[in-house]
Write a protein that binds this ligand. Sequence first.
Ligand SMILES: [Zn+2]
Length: 229
Amino acid sequence: MKVLAIGAHPDDIEIFMYGLLSIYKKEGHEVFTIIATDGAKGGAITGKKLARERANEAISGLEKLSLPIFLNLPDGELGDELEHKKIIKENILKIMPDLIITHSENDYHADHKSLSLITKGVVSHYIPILYCDTLMGINFNPTYYVDITNYHDSKKEAVLKHKTQKPQRFVDLFELMNSYRAAQCNAPKGSYSEAYSFIPSFPFLDIREILPAPLKLRLFHIENQHGFL
Ligand SMILES: [Zn+2]
């Protein structure tokens, strides 16, 4: 199976989708990654110099998964031109994945929202799309949780490759989000889970068949139960 992750900025795939992609990779699937914007506005330095550094950081952050494809669309202005939609569509169709993972249209950043809407607009009728958690989980109702505890260390390593972004704050952020999502499933303290949502539309009503196993069901208030409660 071909799985394609599309992130708006050079560090988004690592922060929001790394654990699930690692599971797909481990299961022997082909993982592809596309980074939509050049990230030229996210840092102390800006412009082409920052874009180059961030591209190298993304290559090294994603080295265990795939060599990213850079669309180099303008940071902060994604979707402003009709051409952006065309470029995104062409690049998705070149890969023709079985599943796309991208941002939620409720996410905080304008580029994340635009990318989500563009992706849905151009291919949702023939490729199923799984939406990743929003920053801090705001306005996001997960329908699928996956245990990424075994990939926590490699996710952390990947996020820390983004040196221009003062990355420790993003490690703190994903640890908070992923441990909260794990606790929602009553997984024991020290567990990490990424949360996703899937919106059914014809002919993709139920895509569990192509998703890795969800978190184990753990009852609570049971003696000797190894859970959060
Ligand atoms: Zn971003």
